[in-house]
Write a protein that binds this ligand. Structure first.
Ligand SMILES: [Zn+2]
Length: 345
């Protein structure tokens, strides 16, 4: 497994609307793998691989490049940075974080905390309160000088290294650099197979703020079949009843049947399931009660497409300790390659 690529993808900062560094990394990595590669007006990277015949079905893989993060919304006189979130953060996970403030001129490491008093001088009541997102600020340790280095609109990500632990990988950005990795590695493993379909891999932007890049990309491509590639929940951990765990790590990739943004195409679900069984690829059917993913944008593009989600169960999602299982990731990679290869030229 090309874990080095996953590590580089995860450690490259890119929040909604600021995906350019991730896009540059992918562009360099996919050199020679596609017939045509272009960046659309919103910033999604659209990659097309030719089929042998002109009327071949168009299959689109959607892999969002953005991670959740913040934009700097205000810089105080003293040089403290205030933030607006881009993507769904839980404030309970934001205390005492190291962050990276990314500007066009370079990055600065800072620390993020909520306003208020430390434990030594706070009352029992004050200690119980969870601060609102708007109460957090970043201290670069530079005082007023920060005002010369950072602008409103610059972006902020968590500063955490990628880790490998046994069968697991841990990062702040497995959502959704896992999909970027899959979009690259599935095509690499395909070699010259799968020429019976025109394959499009769209590395989309701004998913975390509402599938925005996927909508325009899918409108441009007008796929016949859309595969939304993403993480899903894996609550196979203490404190969650078994019926709510969504996926169990180590049991294979997730065949995503529904969430609040779309219901997968029934026939496509069963085609992929049959292929997984035939090729002995571990999988689990999975559903989410809330939350959406890029597959929905493909399904509803132009006059509509058949769509399904191929997902990887991830623990502690939208925290700096997102954890996935390498065996599930490899199963998703294998499934995508086998599915695309089934379109013989
Ligand atoms: Zn995602």
């Amino acid at each position: 497994m090309n874990i080095d690529l996953l590590k580089r993808l995860c450690e490259t900062p890119g929040v909604p609307g600021h995906e350019d560094r991730v896009r540059d990394l992918i562009t360099a990595e996919i050199e020679g793998m596609f017939t045509e590669v272009k960046t659309d007006a919103m910033g999604s990277l659209l990659c097309r691989r030719e089929a042998t015949s002109a009327d071949a079905p168009r299959i689109m893989l959607l892999c969002h490049m953005d991670e959740i993060g913040f934009l700097v919304s205000h810089i105080s006189k003293e040089g403290f940075l205030y933030l607006q979130p881009v993507g769904g953060f839980d404030p309970r996970n934001l205390f005492s974080r190291r962050v990276r403030v990314c500007t066009d001129e370079g990055d600065h490491i800072g620390v993020m905390n909520p306003g208020g008093k430390p434990v030594h001088i706070s009352s029992p009541e004050e200690r119980k309160k969870v601060p609102e997102l708007g109460e957090f600020f970043v201290d670069l340790g530079l005082g007023e000088k920060a005002r010369d280095l950072v602008k409103v609109g610059d972006f902020v990500v968590m500063e955490e290294p990628f880790l490998e632990m046994g069968d697991k990988v841990v990062s702040k950005a497995l959502d959704n650099r896992i999909a970027c990795w899959l979009g690259i590695e599935a095509i690499r493993a395909l070699g010259d197979k799968g020429r019976g379909a025109e394959i499009h891999v769209a590395f989309t932007c701004q998913e975390e703020v509402g599938l925005r890049g996927a909508r325009t990309a899918a409108y441009a491509i007008k796929p016949d079949i859309g595969l939304g590639i993403d993480v899903t929940l894996s609550c196979d951990t203490p404190g969650v009843p078994e019926k709510d765990r969504t996926t169990k790590q180590g049991d294979g990739f997730g065949l995503h049947v529904r969430d609040s943004s779309f219901i997968a195409d029934k026939k496509l679900v069963s085609e992929i399931e049959q292929l997984a069984i035939a090729k002995d690829i571990p999988y689990q059917r999975t559903m989410l009660g809330a939350g959406g993913q890029d597959g929905a944008a493909a399904q509803q593009a132009a006059a509509g497409a058949r769509a399904v989600g191929i997902v990887v169960g991830t623990r502690y999602i939208h925290t700096v300790t997102e954890m996935a299982d390498k065996r599930d990731l490899e199963a998703a990679r294998q499934m995508l390659t086998e599915y695309l290869a089934s379109f013989t030229g």
